[in-house]
Design a protein around this ligand. Structure first.
Ligand SMILES: Cc1ncc(COP(=O)(O)O)c(C=O)c1O
Length: 438
């Protein structure tokens, strides 16, 4: 049982904009907040809003995957899925991904179970063998760079960092990466690519506008081995019937004749089982022929048993969409709870701003400049774990010390409510301190 602390009856605490308070008011507010903070501390909490993981009841939605073979054999169109072969994956699965993501079926590779794994391998291939047949490997070109829209996904940044590339930050805007910056930066032939989570971005939850997608398709980088890593991790993850629509980059690239400029990635990690779903990669025909030539040296084939059980379980793209509605039903109240608490506790006090995504897994909270680390520490001391400050920026450094990534999916709604309330108290203390410092 979680302890219930009625934060709402914050008697004596000021509900005015902190930035309009005088010193005396701020000191009084600080005193009341510290009292509240101590109350929370005495509860010895252990809450976590750091993990963008599906909650157990979301995973249970796919439990049926484990028993599909009770009713079906292991053959797919005459092929024994228990045996070697079929590098690209079952045709039913490539067709399913083609339909779900609007990609050419013949250029889809169903890899293992993690899309991050496919991204890492793609990076590694380009480093070792080059981005296309005859290209100088990225690893032999001296100092090379990668564009990192931020706040962004820490694991993307760390892949590029692991291979020794210099990470170049690009500002995220409400319509996607700042394309003026991107268009300028790609004039440098040392810039080899860019990370993108185009729909319900991690962590801002924003979806790239049509214009942004078109500008991506029209890029003319100085490096002919420049590649867009288009990670559609949250393409299927709408929270509401009225959801964001992402313009199809592949179709736009067909118009500009540049289908080899982008790699597309996605997975079922947050559709069925995390790290045990289905992952795919796609790109222009030349890129895929080239990649599969190398991949065929790496593996004889992937897990077709898992592919077949997913085909049995879903049967159609429509069934996947219906399944995602069940996820949304679980996730929606969690997002709404966090947003409700931010609105109630932070908005009128003028503290920070946050995104209200229509899908995905994260909310991005921007606190007043210079207060995120202090807020994080205060929360940690209460037993509330948040994603480390800076994780959403290259090299783990938030230049403004203001961004926190909030992951509402894993905790129960009761845990989430308490964690979000604690967080707002910590943010208010940190803001009051900052203002008192002058
Ligand atoms: C943007 C993004 N891409 C990829 C992943 C990981 O995907 P996978 O489990 O397919 O490796 C995540 C997980 O949080 C993510 O947020």
């Amino acid at each position: 049982m979680l302890p219930k602390t009625p934060l709402r009856n914050t008697k004596g605490m000021i509900g005015m904009n902190y930035f309009e308070l005088n010193k005396e008011q701020l000191l009084k507010e600080q005193e009341a907040l510290l009292e509240k903070y101590e109350e929370y501390r005495s509860l010895k909490l252990a809450l976590n809003m750091a993990r963008g993981k599906p909650a157990p009841d979301q995973l249970t939605l796919s439990q049926g995957l484990l028993t599909t073979f009770n009713d079906h054999d292991c053959f797919y169109k005459g092929e024994d899925c228990r045996n070697y072969g079929n590098l690209r994956g079952l045709s039913g699965m490539t067709e399913l991904f083609a339909e779900l993501f609007g990609l050419p079926e013949k250029q889809i590779y169903i890899g293992a179970a993690s899309s991050l794994n496919l991204m890492f391998d793609t990076f590694a291939r380009n480093m070792i063998f080059g981005a296309y047949k005859g290209a100088t490997p990225w690893g032999q070109q001296g100092k090379i760079k990668f564009l990192c829209p931020c706040p962004g996904y820490d694991r993307h940044f760390s892949i590029a960092q692991t291979f020794g590339l210099e990470l170049i930050p690009v500002d995220m805007t409400p319509t996607g990466p700042d394309m003026d910056q991107v268009e300028e930066l790609i004039k440098d032939p040392a810039v080899k690519g860019i990370w993108c989570v185009p729909k319900y971005s991690n962590p801002t939850g924003i979806t790239f506008s049509d214009e942004t997608v078109r500008r991506f398709a029209a890029l003319t980088p100085a490096a002919d081995d420049f590649r867009i890593f288009w990670d559609e991790a949250y393409e299927l993850h709408d929270l509401y019937e009225e959801h964001d629509e992402l313009l199809n980059l592949y179709s736009e690239l067909e118009k500009t004749g540049k289908t080899n400029m982008a790699y597309f990635f996605a997975s079922f990690s947050k559709v069925t089982f995390a790290g045990a779903g289905i992952a795919m990669m796609a790109s222009g025909k030349e890129n895929m022929d080239y990649a599969l030539g190398i991949i065929s040296m790496q593996t004889i084939g992937n897990d077709k048993i898992n592919q077949l059980s997913h085909l049995h379980f879903f049967g159609s793209a429509e069934a996947v969409h219906e399944h995602m509605k069940k996820h949304a039903k679980i996730l929606r109240p969690k997002f709404e709870k966090v947003l409700e608490i931010f609105d109630r506790e932070l908005a009128e006090r003028g503290i920070g701003s946050w995104t209200s995504p229509k899908g995905g897994y994260f909310i991005s909270l921007d606190l007043p400049e210079g207060t995120a680390t202090r807020t994080y520490q205060l929360a940690k001391n209460l037993g509330v774990t948040l994603t480390p400050v800076g994780a959403t920026f290259p090299y783990g450094k938030d230049p403004h010390d203001r961004n926190l990534r909030i992951a509402p999916s894993f905790p129960s709604i009761e845990e989430l409510e308490l964690a979000a309330e604690c967080l707002t108290v910590c943010a208010r203390i940190a803001t009051a301190e900052k203002l008192l410092e002058g």
